[in-house]
Design a protein around this ligand. Structure first.
Ligand SMILES: [Zn+2]
Length: 302
C-alpha cells in the first residue's frame, strides 16, 4: 500500500514549542512506556536534570486532544501556509555532511532525516556517528526509518517493536534523543500498524506528498523538474534519498535555491506539523561494547 498523495485537510498549526511533559521521574514506573525499555532503564539511573521528557503533539496554541487527533494516521502534506519539508530517507550515509552544508548555505534551511540502524551502513560506525551528530547540531530533525529497512506491512507487532526499539536505543546512545516520528520503508504499512505506532509508541507517522523517485531511478532531471514545478500554495513534504549520488551532486545543490526562488523555506516536519521532535532530549552517551549492529536484523531482514 502506498501513501496517499492527497493533501491532508488544511489546518493552521503554529510552530511546535518544546513543552516539558511531566515532573522529573525517579523510577522506571514513572517514565512513559512509549519510550524503549532499554532507554527507560538508563534514564532511571541518571540524574533527572540530565534529560527532559516531551509530550506527544504538544503544540503551543492547540488543545492536546485536537492536536493528537490531527497527528494520528499518516501525515502526508504539511499544514502551515506555504510550508515545505525536504526529507531524506535511508541514511546516515557518506554524503550527509554535504547536504547539511548545502542547506546552511541556502538561507539556513532545515531538512528531516529518516535514518536506519542497519541498512547501507551500521549506525554505530564512527562515520555515521559523526555525521548524525553534525546533522543534529545544525538543527535538522532526525526521525526513525526502522532498524533494517524491511517491508513492515508483512511483519507482526513484535517484529515491529524490535524495529522501533533498536533505533530508539541507538539514537539515545549517539545523540541523547529518542525520536518522535517514523516513516515506513517503501511507504508500506498497514492501517492497524499506523495506529499501533501512534498509540503504543507515541510516534508521529510521516509520509510524503511529493516523491522525486530518486530511489526508483527516475534520474536527476525528474528530481529537478519536481522542485521547479513546486509552487505555492502547495504544502509539500518531499521524499528524497541521501544514498542516491545524483540527488546529492546534481539535484539538491540547485533545489535548495529553486525552492527559495519559489517563495519557500524548507523547515523540519516537526515544525511544519507542530509536534515535539523527540520523546526525550538528553546528552550524547559514550561508546561502549553495546554500540554494534552484530546480532541485530540484517539489512532488509525482519
Ligand atoms: Zn527507505
Amino acid at each position: 500500500m502506498r501513501f496517499s498523495s492527497v493533501l491532508a485537510a488544511a489546518a493552521v498549526i503554529s510552530a511546535a514549542m518544546l513543552t516539558p511533559a511531566t515532573a522529573s521521574p525517579t523510577s522506571m514506573s514513572t517514565l512513559p512506556d512509549t519510550i524503549s525499555e532499554n532507554v527507560r532503564r538508563e534514564l532511571a539511573a541518571l540524574p533527572s536534570d540530565d534529560y527532559t521528557l516531551f509530550e506527544r503533539n504538544a503544540g503551543p496554541s492547540h488543545k492536546l486532544s485536537k492536536r493528537a487527533a490531527q497527528l494520528n494516521g499518516i501525515q502526508t502534506g504539511c499544514t502551515r501556509q506555504n510550508c515545505l519539508s525536504i526529507t531524506f530517507d535511508d541514511g546516515p550515509y557518506q554524503w550527509e555532511n554535504k547536504l547539511v552544508d548545502m542547506f546552511a548555505n541556502a538561507g539556513n534551511q532545515k531538512a528531516t532525516f529518516f535514518v536506519n540502524g542497519f541498512n547501507w551502513r551500521c549506525i554505530y560506525d564512527d562515520a555515521s556517528v559523526k555525521q548524525l551528530r553534525n546533522t543534529y547540531e545544525k538543527g535538522h530533525q532526525i526521525c526513525s526509518h526502522t532498524w533494517s529497512h524491511p517491508d513492515i506491512s508483512k511483519m507482526n507487532n513484535q517484529q515491529l517493536d524490535q524495529q522501533v526499539q533498536l533505533v530508539e536505543d541507538a539514537l539515545w546512545k549517539i545523540l541523547g534523543v529518542v525520536p518522535a516520528c517514523i516513516r515506513a520503508p517503501y511507504g508500506s504499512i498497514r492501517s492497524d500498524q499506523v495506529k499501533y505506532l501512534n498509540d503504543r509508541w507515541g510516534l508521529v507517522v510521516v509520509g510524503w506528498n511529493y516523491d522525486t523517485k530518486d530511489a526508483d531511478g527516475a534520474g536527476t532531471q525528474a528530481g529537478l523538474k519536481l522542485y521547479k514545478n513546486l509552487r505555492q500554495p502547495a504544502q509539500a513534504i518531499v521524499l528524497n534519498h541521501e544514498t542516491v549520488q545524483g540527488t546529492i551532486d546534481t539535484v539538491m545543490p540547485q533545489a535548495v535555491n529553486i525552492v527559495r526562488q519559489n517563495g519557500y523555506t524548507s523547515h523540519t516536519v516537526q515544525r511544519n506539523l507542530g509536534f515535539n521532535p523527540y520523546k526525550v532530549v538528553g546528552k550524547y552517551q559514550n561508546r561502549d561494547s553495546s554500540w554494534t549492529c552484530d546480532g541485530t536484523p540484517a539489512p532488509g531482514a525482519n
